[in-house]
Design a protein around this ligand. Structure first.
Ligand SMILES: *Cc1c(COP(=O)(O)O)cnc(C)c1O
Length: 376
């Protein structure tokens, strides 16, 4: 029998256009999850489609050790957008690889004996062995143990705990500016500032995992901007190529200068570089982070004002979590099958909304109406 190793959903999606997806019978769905934030510009955005088509015609692939215009331009663009003095880029194909690289870079660039990684409870950083070791939930880890050792977990938001955990054996602290998979949990400013101070003192690297929060989702291009904290590395993926597989580890010079020998055959191929460049240019050019802040605030207010059975509505920009009183999965099913609204879970009791950043108020209204019917 053919098929894939994980269960598929009962809707066959065949086309996409903007904030909408269409199944094989032509039924229209409002895409309120953007397939885990992967299409910030909406489906089939002309700028990205054209850039990718042109690049395919010109040059599909050349190994990363030959400079190629589009990749060099992407490096410049990312350095220009990155917070503080972060200026160097490592390109890869996914979020977990971006974090894998960050963990390796931290081990290589810090001193002898600095091997320990500090991560957060409820955190999620990917599923390859290194990134998985810094992921919290046993569900993801148990079958694969033993993992890469030397990882300590601190409660997310606990400034004293992170101060205490970081010492002269620490290579890195890895943290999401808002926890996505863990339930859309915003940080405290004190926590991120404590992580910054402690890593500075220890000569360790602070890594912001912006795989989900990046590309304007939380109201600024990078969430780091509103946290006011500049990390040593910023990892990103999901929305970076508007649906094409590209990830990046953005580094300060001290990390990039001593990164060891990490490499990957497909690092920064011309086609995904063209996709990422067009995506970043469009997100910036159309001021979509500000739009996400505006529509996101509207969506959260309307949800909080309308839903009587929600425990909490939280998030920033268009990264929204609705904590419900029962398991979220049956609500998600009803939203999809009865109201043609596609949303996501974040843990057992949170409905997660990560729509394209091009979402308009009328689409937000439709999400709120469907949620009101289903959640009440
Ligand atoms: C999705 C995600 C990852 C893993 O990304 P993949 O592309 O699935 O490997 C890592 N960190 C965060 C915060 C994520 O949301």
């Amino acid at each position: 029998m053919s098929g894939f190793v994980f269960a598929e959903k009962p809707i066959r999606i065949e086309e996409g256009d903007g904030v909408y997806l269409y199944d094989d019978s032509g039924t229209e769905y409002l895409d309120a999850g953007a397939s885990y934030a992967c299409v910030p510009l909406g489906h089939g955005h002309e700028a990205v489609q054209t850039a990718v088509r042109d690049q395919l015609d010109r040059l599909t692939y050349v190994q990363a050790s030959y400079p190629v215009g589009v990749r060099t331009e992407l490096y410049e663009l990312l350095a220009d957008t990155a917070p503080g003095d972060i200026g160097k880029t490592w390109l890869c194909n996914s979020g977990t690889e971006a974090n894998e690289a960050a963990l390796k870079f931290a081990r290589a660039a810090t001193g002898e004996g600095q091997t320990k990684i500090i991560a957060t409870m409820q955190g999620f950083h990917g599923r390859t062995m290194g990134a998985l070791s810094t992921t919290w939930k046993d569900k993801y880890k148990k079958p694969y143990e033993p993992l890469v050792g030397d990882v300590d977990f601190v409660p997310y938001g606990d400034a004293d705990a992170v101060r205490e955990a970081v010492d002269d054996e620490t290579a890195a602290v890895i943290v999401e500016p808002i926890q996505g998979e863990g339930g859309i949990n915003p940080p405290t400013k004190e926590f991120l500032e404590a992580a910054r101070e402690a890593t500075d003192e220890a000569g360790a690297a602070l890594v912001f995992d912006e795989v989900q929060t990046g590309m304007g989702r939380t109201g600024t291009l990078w969430a780091a901007e509103w946290t006011g904290v500049v990390p040593d590395m910023l990892t990103t993926a999901k929305g970076l190529g508007n649906g094409l597989p590209v990830g990046a580890t953005l580094c300060r010079d001290w990390v990039a200068e001593d990164y060891g020998s990490h490499a990957s055959t497909f690092s920064g191929g011309p086609v995904i570089s063209a996709a990422a460049k067009a995506t970043v240019e469009t997100v910036r050019g159309e001021d979509l982070p500000a739009h996400a802040a505006d529509v996101g605030a509207y969506l959260r207010e309307e949800l909080a004002g309308t839903l009587e059975n929600a425990r909490e509505v939280r998030g920033e920009g268009l990264m929204v979590g609705v904590e419900v009183k029962r398991g979220a999965n049956r609500y998600l099913k009803q939203l999809a099958m009865d109201h043609q609204v596609l949303a996501l879970p974040a843990g057992r009791t949170v409905v997660r909304l990560l729509p394209p950043l091009t979402l308009e108020r009328k689409h937000a209204d439709r999400i709120v109406e469907a949620m009101a019917e289903v959640v009440g």
